[in-house]
Design a protein around this ligand. Structure first.
Ligand SMILES: Nc1ncnc2c1ncn2[C@@H]1O[C@H](COP(=O)(O)OP(=O)(O)OP(=O)(O)O)[C@@H](O)[C@H]1O
Length: 254
């Protein structure tokens, strides 16, 4: 590689919203060791929506957790923008996680005893910030739940609960939103509303979104699909249709 090309390649990584180089994640040791990631390098441009797919056990959730700073890779590096996060001490990483990334889970993970407003406020409280009622109201309005602050999660439908979880993830205006099977517990129509919200966060706010999904229709909302198999990145599709995704997945046995 020429010096100029090397510099360009380097900038490709440092200009990314999120990047990983040579990620390895081993669980357990000796004969019980599992190599969940075996050397994944990938970059995510700002303002793009990427779906991560692959057969069960291929390492999707492990990759998402390592990229989101929720799990520590056993080798390789993760950067959020230019900040290398993989080697940070836990406290510093937790602080950065609260402001720079958001996470949405399949099972919503709301606190049932708290109101919707308190759930959305929670990340700010954990970060020691004073309650920002206006920001909470705005986040709920953006996901179509204006005026629901005082409800409890149990009084809402599954789709509405997932929208609360999205509001909670977005209230700190993170650069990157991670979602692990965000529509896995929802019916198709409700799931599509949630996907529409993720898509509009990318298109309107320039957010970067990385989503694990098993559903080719959900992946069709993304700009790019990464395919994992056995802990390695094995294929990539840009501007995917659901039919193309289903066909590539079936080749992998997923
Ligand atoms: N905490 C853990 N301890 C031991 N092994 C683990 C742990 N978490 C994941 N694994 C193993 O790592 C591999 C990758 O798991 P991961 O959950 O990342 O896959 P996945 O592609 O998300 O799977 P699925 O689609 O079934 O959710 C699997 O073999 C899994 O059994």
């Amino acid at each position: 590689m020429t010096t100029a090309a090397a510099t360009a390649a380097h900038d490709g990584v440092t200009d990314a919203a999120l990047s990983a180089v040579g990620l390895h994640r081993q669980y357990g040791r000796g004969t019980a060791a599992v190599q969940a990631l075996r050397g994944v390098s990938v970059a995510f441009a700002p303002g793009t929506f990427t779906a991560v797919m692959g057969p069960s056990g291929s390492g999707k959730t492990t990759l998402l957790h390592c990229l989101a700073g929720m799990d520590r890779p056993t080798g390789g590096t993760v950067r959020w923008g230019r900040t290398e996060v993989s080697g940070l001490p836990e406290r510093r990483l937790a602080e950065l996680r609260r402001t720079r990334v958001g996470f949405v889970f399949q099972a919503f993970n709301l606190m049932p005893a708290m109101t919707v407003g308190q759930n959305v406020e929670l990340p700010g409280r954990l970060a020691g910030r004073p309650p920002e009622r206006a920001a909470v109201r705005e986040a709920l309005a953006r996901v179509g739940l204006a005026g629901r602050e005082r409800h409890r999660p149990g009084q809402l439908s599954g789709g509405q609960q997932q929208r609360v979880a999205i509001a909670r993830a977005l209230v700190s205006r993170p650069e990157v939103l991670f979602a692990d099977e965000p529509t896995g517990a929802l019916d198709r129509a409700t799931g599509q509303e949630v996907l529409g919200l993720l898509r509009s966060g990318v298109d309107t706010d320039g957010r970067t979104c990385v989503m694990v999904t098993h559903d080719p229709v959900a992946a069709g909302y993304a700009d790019r699909v990464l395919l994992l198999a056995d802990g390695l990145l094995v294929d990539e599709l840009t501007a995917p249709t659901a039919a193309q995704v289903a066909e590539r997945l079936s080749r992998l046995g997923g």
